[in-house]
Design a protein around this ligand. Structure first.
Ligand code: ADP
Ligand code: SF4
Length: 699
């Protein structure tokens, strides 16, 4: 019998992992350039774009540092008539933009990755609200981006098409000068080139409309122009969508294949998606890992060129299987690279268990849609790489030896304890309940939210490796216990509870009858309570909770009515790309939806609703009511401690703070961020918004 040292056992495991995943690390030639591996960060929006170039360069550079072989920009406008208003996209309009993009390419090259740029013209989708130029379209169509501005495009004539080709070519030349290795022609997602391809959009009678070859003409011409512009120095990529069996938003199934067939050998690389953005960008509530496999595989079978496809891939086994099954050549990722910029390196180093897996909540995407830098539920450092110098893997060591007490094991408390442990602090984590994870554990049991438990699981995995962090379950601490525990720093992450009184955006005072036993909160339902008879859910929260509790009760066979003062259920989920799927699902499941109404009273047998516009009231039969309107921070323990400065001093407690939902209820991302920030800044004298800012240049 031989005895193996722990180090050699680890080496053996790493070697086994390395050989199992070796295919992911094979270089691949893409036209004139070669990627070092198969990890490909496809273009994804960042909310940084032309407004925050330094923030952007640092974020993309970190992906390259984390091992991605290719790192691309977001959609990069070729000219002032492709201006997406409040969405901060990239730009290559002129020499100034070139400098900003060169910064991005340089940051990517600094870590040995290839830099890709996605040249873009928005066509009729955009409104040009900043530049105030008329928009251009295949025909005159109203702007479709989510603000639904009252603006229509000008139908492009042949001179416009010639001008567009000239400007696209000029942008490709600037891309080359900026140092990009891969230049995209962007022919999907409803933008200008997709409009030309789609018979539903293109009704032209000239030689750019009608027959398939005609509708493909502009894409072909722009591919040829871009090929010339990059002079064999950069690879030519094309982003294209195939329709699923039931047809797509822009093309029918067969036609999308025929079109692809016409273009199949023109670029050096195909970036393939499905023609249906709510699937491609679907949240984990509705779309699972590798959902586009069949579509991407069909494209791959029709071309000799390398193919990249996305699928919210976080499992290296799935990635290997995708390549081995011939579905694709390159593992495309946007969200998985946001949640874990070091995903490739973790696989390479035999640490796949340490991958911080994307939970598919689409909060990143939502923030681009809101015109601010993206953030991530799993990765609190996303967007803070430049302005706060936060690194997703490294954290400064503690300033001095000290014991920290973290009260509450939800996302805020777990992340605080983990990051403090990483800094080398001794940490005591006390949780009142029998399990860790707080709201994440509870909410991940609601319909569709199972993957959200990854927020807890990744942190538990890291905590298990830390000798300096002690965790105590079933330990609801009171003031005396906090003072007795001998910590020098106390962080309270005690969470929030849903309110019963219906007060929120629409109701300033509690609704009549709110104290009845038959009024239950989402917390009551998550604790297992079930109302009798028909239930009315009153959703003035407008995120996921209203719909999730409706489905929870409906799938248990209860009659459910969902009332909201807005025009659709889950108004805010328009930003997470979930709104239409959620409303469709509720309707399909038989939940009655009453929009544009608020709740004013409940007598045990029926609810009184009022029209949001007229105030006109109506009765709706209901035996129980579940208000989903606001949460109340659990901050009583904080207040007691704060008010006892003598007790704190006598106990040797030097700092006390409350974080997360117990401070200000918000998203899970905000709670994780608060935990991370508290841990990073412990012992440092940092003001609440002590971060670099990008400033406008004053000429
Ligand atoms: P957040 O999102 O801010 O992390 P959560 O509500 O998810 O908030 O988690 C808060 C956690 O704090 C819950 O698991 C709750 O049981 C725990 N908690 C609340 N008060 C105490 C307390 N006094 N002692 C220990 N744990 C507590
Ligand atoms: Fe994934 Fe959510 Fe992070 Fe986006 S915000 S990368 S969907 S975990």
């Amino acid at each position: 019998m031989t005895c193996e040292s722990p180090d050699s056992a680890a080496d053996t495991t790493n070697n086994m992992t390395a050989s199992r995943y070796a295919i992911l690390f094979e270089p691949l030639r893409i036209g004139p350039v070669t990627t070092r591996n198969r990890f490909y960060q496809v273009p994804h929006c960042s909310g940084m774009g032309h407004r925050r170039p330094q923030m952007l360069a640092a974020m993309r550079g970190l992906k390259a540092e984390g091992g991605w072989g290719v790192v691309c920009t977001e959609y990069c406008s070729i000219g002032a008539d492709s201006d997406d208003g409040h969405y901060p996209h990239a730009r290559l309009w002129d020499e100034e933009d070139l400098k900003a993009q060169a910064l991005v390419a340089e940051a990517i090259h600094a870590h040995g990755a290839l830099a890709g740029v996605e040249l873009w013209h928005g066509g009729s989708t955009v409104s040009n609200l900043s530049t105030r130029l008329p928009t251009l379209g295949v025909r005159s169509l109203p702007a479709t981006h989510s603000t639904l501005d009252p603006i229509q495009s000008r139908p492009m004539d042949l001179a416009d098409i010639r001008d567009l080709r000239r400007r696209h070519r000029a942008a490709a030349e600037r891309a080359l000068q900026a140092g990009f290795d891969i230049v995209y022609v962007y022919a999907n997602h409803g933008y200008l080139l997709h409009e030309f391809l789609s018979p539903r959009r293109n009704d032209r009678s000239d030689h750019y409309g009608g027959a398939l070859e005609n509708r493909a003409r502009l894409v072909r011409e722009i591919l040829e122009d871009t090929r010339e512009a990059v002079e064999g120095k950069a690879a030519l990529a094309c982003r294209f969508s195939l329709a699923a069996e039931e047809g797509g938003d822009y093309l029918e199934t067969e036609e999308s294949r025929d079109l692809f067939g016409l273009l199949a050998e023109l670029p050096d690389l195909w970036d393939i998606t499905i023609d249906g953005y709510t699937t491609e960008m679907g949240s984990s509530r509705y779309v699972k890992e590798a959902a586009q496999e069949d579509i991407v595989k069909q494209a791959k079978a029709m071309t000799s060129k390398p193919v990249v496809g996305v699928g919210r891939f976080t499992s290296p086994d799935t990635m290997v299987a995708q390549i081995k099954r011939g579905a694709l050549d390159l593992i495309g990722a946007a969200r998985p690279s946001i949640a874990d910029p070091f995903l490739p390196n973790k696989i390479a180093e035999g640490r796949p268990d340490e991958i911080r897996e994307c939970i598919g909540c689409n909060l990143c995407y939502a923030h681009n849609s809101l015109g601010v830098p993206i953030r991530c539920t799993q990765n609190p450092t996303m967007g803070e790489e430049w302005r706060r110098d936060w690194h997703p893997e490294r954290i400064p060591a503690r300033h001095a030896e000290a014991r920290v007490l973290v009260v509450g094991g939800g996302p805020a408390g777990l992340e605080a304890a983990r990051a403090l442990g990483q800094r080398g602090y001794g940490v005591t984590l006390a949780e009142a309940g029998e399990e860790l994870g707080g709201r994440v554990t509870r909410e991940s049991r609601l319909p569709g939210l199972a993957e959200w438990s990854r927020v807890r699981d990744w942190r538990l995995g890291r905590l298990a490796e830390m000798a300096g962090v002690e965790t105590y379950l079933a330990s609801r601490l009171d003031k005396a216990q906090v003072l007795e525990l001998g910590a020098e720093h106390v962080i309270l992450a005690t969470g929030a509870r849903w309110a019963k009184d219906g007060v929120g955006r629409w109701l300033a005072e509690p609704f009549e009858g709110w104290q009845r036993d038959a009024v239950l909160t989402p917390d009551d339902l998550m604790d297992g309570q079930r109302p009798e008879g028909p239930v009315l859910i009153y959703d003035d929260d407008h995120y996921y909770m209203g719909a999730c509790v409706a489905l929870l009760l409906r799938t248990a066979g209860q009659a459910v009515t969902l009332v909201t003062p807005q025009g659709a259920v889950g108004h805010w989920t328009t930003y997470t790309e979930e709104l239409s799927r959620t409303n469709a699902r509720l309707i399909e499941e038989g939940v009655e939806l009453i929009t544009n109404h608020g709740l004013v009273g409940f007598d045990g047998e029926s609810a009184r609703l009022a029209c949001s516009f007229t105030g006109r009231e109506r009765a709706q039969p209901a035996a129980a009511v579940v208000p989903v309107t606001r949460r109340i921070p659990e901050d009583a323990l904080y207040a007691e401690l704060r008010d006892d400065s003598e007790g704190l001093a006598a106990a040797g407690i030097r700092s006390l703070q409350k974080i997360g939902d117990g401070n200000a209820p918000s998203t899970i991302a905000a709670a994780v961020y608060a935990g991370h920030k508290a841990a990073r800044e412990l012992g440092a004298n940092i003001a609440a918004f002590d971060a670099r800012r990008e400033r406008a240049v004053l000429e």
